[in-house]
Structure formats: structure tokens, C-alpha cells
Design a protein around this ligand. Structure first.
Ligand code: ADP
Ligand code: MG
Length: 271
């Protein structure tokens, strides 16, 4: 399985808009976290949203997913305002240990959200294909607690994909795994994204990860948060953990994002 997008960054500019954030605002009591966030995601794009810890990335993602009501502004998904979790949207959270149901096998966990969408006879082939795509072929009978953290996160990704969402939202999905597993999972996400033609919005505080994965990096300012810059990443695909990171353009993009994050940190309201 290889990545098949030749130059996704430039190729996607003509694709239709899938998701739009319009002046999205969120406060918790008196604390304003999101102070009007605007951006749009086109079909097929891999967009990383990067910002310092506490800048409101999880808050933003939950508002986009219809899991949290914004205080102002809105998210529009496929032309309709998001007021509850849309059926064609899936979320992978950071904490895999709490996102998989421990009393169900991996197979049952992956099947669960499919029940509303696919008739029973169609499910086994699809479950097998996503388990294979994430490197868990033949492991469907295991329970989450019989697996390592990296395997559990693979299972959570498989569950998100099995549902065949139009967009996959991922909230720092690799923050809790070790460095080697993280590298494997980054490349896994790039491959399955190409194979399943999924639009991905990937939230991270990790600058290297954002530049490595993305067609576009959206950098958030510190809270109260707005978009500080929207950066096109025209690095060639398929990406390679060694070769891509040796490119001068990679270093330049990394430095640009780094400086923006540093300045966001120094301007953020300390809570
Ligand atoms: P990030 O994901 O970027 O680290 P979060 O969206 O988790 O940021 O949080 C942004 C800010 O909002 C933090 O200061 C956090 O403490 C606060 N916050 C998050 N969730 C809640 C909540 N349910 N109630 C009150 N404050 C919250
Ligand atoms: Mg978070």
C-alpha cells in the first residue's frame, strides 16, 4: 500500500468545500477560549491544526464535531450547520484507553458505529479490510486490554475508518504513544487516508508532525484563540520520515510554524 496523491497540496485547491468554520467562538463561563475562528477544509485535504497546549484545540474540534455547542459563529458541514454529530463525520481522540469499550473485542468495537450505516452482511468484509489497513489483520478477537497502546490506537483508527466517514477528525491521536510507534502511526494515517480517500483534520501541538503530515497547516494563536496563519505545505508525496525531513522546504516550514507558536505562547492569557 503506497500513498497515491502526487502533489496533494496544490491538487486539492479546486475540490469542493466540505467543512467551514465561520467566526466560531467558545467561552467557558467568563473565560473566552475561541475568539472567532475561520477556516475551510476542502474534500480530500489533510489539514493539521496546530497550537500551544491550552489554546483550545480540543474545544475547537468538539465544536466542529457537534459535540459541544459554540457560544457564537458556526460550523457548516456539507452545506448544513452542525448542531449535533453529523453521521458522515468520525472522531479519533487522544486517549485510546478511554475510547475503546473494554468489554468488547476489537472486532465488536469496530463494528459498533457501523451498525447504523451498513447492513449486517456487508460488515465483515469491511471490518477485515480496515483491520488489515491498520496492521491488525487477524487480531479482531483481542480485547483492548490485551493490546499495547499503539495497537489500541490502530484499532481506534480502524473504527473511525470502518464507518466510511467523509471526514475524520483526529485530536492529538499519537500524543500518548512512544516515539517509534508514533512514527509508524503517522505513516499509517497517510497511507489509509490515500487508500480510503478520507478528508482528515488532524489536531496536534507537535510542529514536526503537523508539517510532515499536512497539505495545509492552520496555526492557532494562544487563547483567546484565532487563526494566526494558514500555510500551504507543498512538500512532495509520498512523504518519507527521513527524506522529507531533510528537505530545505521542510526546515523552512517548520521554522515558520515554530516562530508563530512561540509568539502565540508569549501573547496568550495565562490561565
Ligand atoms: P488544547 O486542546 O489546545 O490543549 P482545550 O480545548 O482542551 O485546549 O482547553 C482550552 C482551555 O479551556 C484550557 O484553559 C482549559 O482548561 C479550558 N477548558 C477546556 N474544557 C473546559 C470545560 N469543560 N470547562 C471549563 N474550562 C475548560
Ligand atoms: Mg487537547
Amino acid at each position: 500500500m503506497t500513498e497515491t496523491y502526487p502533489q496533494a497540496g496544490s491538487a486539492q485547491t479546486a475540490a469542493p468545500v466540505l467543512l467551514q468554520l465561520q467566526d466560531l467562538q467558545k467561552s467557558y463561563g467568563p473565560a473566552q477560549i475561541l475568539a472567532g475562528v475561520d477556516f475551510e477544509i476542502r474534500k480530500g485535504e489533510f489539514v493539521c491544526v496546530v497550537g500551544p497546549s491550552g489554546s483550545g484545540k480540543t474545544t475547537l474540534l468538539k465544536c466542529m464535531a457537534g459535540l459541544l455547542e459554540p457560544s457564537g459563529g458556526k460550523t457548516v458541514f456539507e452545506g448544513e450547520e452542525v448542531t449535533e454529530p453529523p453521521a458522515k463525520l468520525a472522531v479519533v481522540f487522544q486517549d485510546y484507553s478511554r475510547s475503546l469499550l473494554p468489554w468488547m473485542t476489537i472486532w465488536q468495537n469496530v463494528e459498533l458505529p457501523m451498525k447504523n450505516k451498513f447492513p449486517k452482511p456487508e460488515r465483515p468484509a469491511r471490518i477485515e479490510s480496515v483491520l488489515e489497513a491498520v496492521g491488525l489483520a487477524g487480531k479482531g478477537g483481542l480485547y483492548p486490554w490485551q493490546m499495547s497502546g499503539g495497537m489500541q490506537q490502530r484499532a481506534a483508527i480502524a473504527r473511525g475508518l470502518a464507518y466510511q466517514p467523509d471526514v475524520l477528525l483526529m485530536d492529538e491521536p499519537f500524543a500518548a504513544v512512544d516515539a517509534q510507534t508514533r512514527i509508524e502511526l503517522e505513516d499509517l494515517v497517510l497511507r489509509v487516508r490515500a487508500e480510503f480517500d478520507t478528508t482528515v483534520v488532524f489536531v496536534t501541538h507537535d510542529i514536526d508532525e503537523a508539517v510532515y503530515l499536512a497539505d495545509r497547516v492552520i496555526v492557532l494563536s494562544g487563547a483567546p484563540t484565532t487563526v494566526s496563519r494558514n500555510i500551504a505545505v507543498d512538500l512532495p508525496r509520498p512523504r518519507d520520515q527521513r527524506d522529507t525531513k531533510l528537505l530545505p522546504e521542510y526546515a523552512r516550514l517548520r521554522a515558520e510554524v515554530f516562530e508563530l507558536i512561540q509568539s502565540a505562547k508569549s501573547h496568550a492569557t495565562i490561565r
